[in-house]
Design a protein around this ligand. Structure first.
Ligand SMILES: [Zn+2]
Length: 225
């Protein structure tokens, strides 16, 4: 099932134009695919994990930054998360589980290993659930796949699970990579012309590596004298 490129890349059809954004973005969206940006919300995962989704509100803000939720939907979710904290917490736990399953499957792919069956089963269950919320709607003179109203707590999980499954089954899979910096290892889809992208962000990890190489060379030079 093919959704529009815009939806898979995170700028969903349901988003309002950028001008309606009321909050500054909170997440570094460098992955080129929303499901990989989602994996990166556990920062420094393999060294010193830092949870960026500490509350349901963080999750909703991720939805807003990626364009999956509108500012109005996020406002509504904020309010509801105060009146129904247990339900919001449950959706947050579910989201983290989906995120970890997504990570485990893509990490295996990057390392050329078979996907862990439990992680793939988890991702499949969420992708199947998401598919149950997809429908075709008429937009002017054409039709589009859209998700049901994303205003309930778990709605944000549907496009995330769907995007992960679509990417796995796509011809883009060989271009999913992890940043070469060991302390980072953020995931991204390498869409560069030569398919040689190595860093999440050249100005961050790429630059750090360049500086390290520079000093290593200087040290080598010094020892030769
Ligand atoms: Zn990096």
């Amino acid at each position: 099932m093919k959704l529009s490129r815009a939806l898979l890349e995170g700028s969903t059809l349901m988003a309002e134009p950028q001008t309606t954004r009321r909050r500054p973005p909170r997440f570094d969206l460098i992955a080129g695919n929303v499901s990989l940006d989602f994996v990166n919300t556990l920062d420094d995962r393999h060294t010193k994990p830092k949870e960026l989704l500490t509350s349901y509100i963080d999750l909703a803000r991720f939805g807003e930054d990626t364009g999956l939720l509108t500012a109005t939907q996020v406002d509504r979710l904020f309010e509801r998360s105060y009146t129904l904290p247990d339900e919001a917490e449950k959706a947050l736990r579910w989201a983290r589980e989906l995120r970890e399953a997504t990570h485990d499957v893509f990490w295996a792919v990057i390392n050329k290993r078979p996907a862990p069956p439990a992680a793939l089963a988890r991702l499949n269950a969420d992708a199947q659930n998401a598919a149950g919320h997809l429908r075709v709607v008429q937009v002017d003179d054409h039709f589009e796949w859209r998700f049901d109203d994303l205003s309930n707590f778990e709605g944000i999980l549907w496009p995330l699970a769907h995007a992960a499954a679509e990417l796995l089954a796509s011809d883009q899979l060989p271009f999913v990579r992890a940043c070469l910096a060991k302390e980072c290892e953020w995931f991204f889809l390498d869409t560069s012309k030569n398919r040689h992208r190595r860093w999440c962000d050249m100005t961050k990890c790429g630059n750090r590596a360049k500086v390290r190489r520079f000093y290593a060379k200087q040290r080598e030079g010094a020892s030769e004298i």
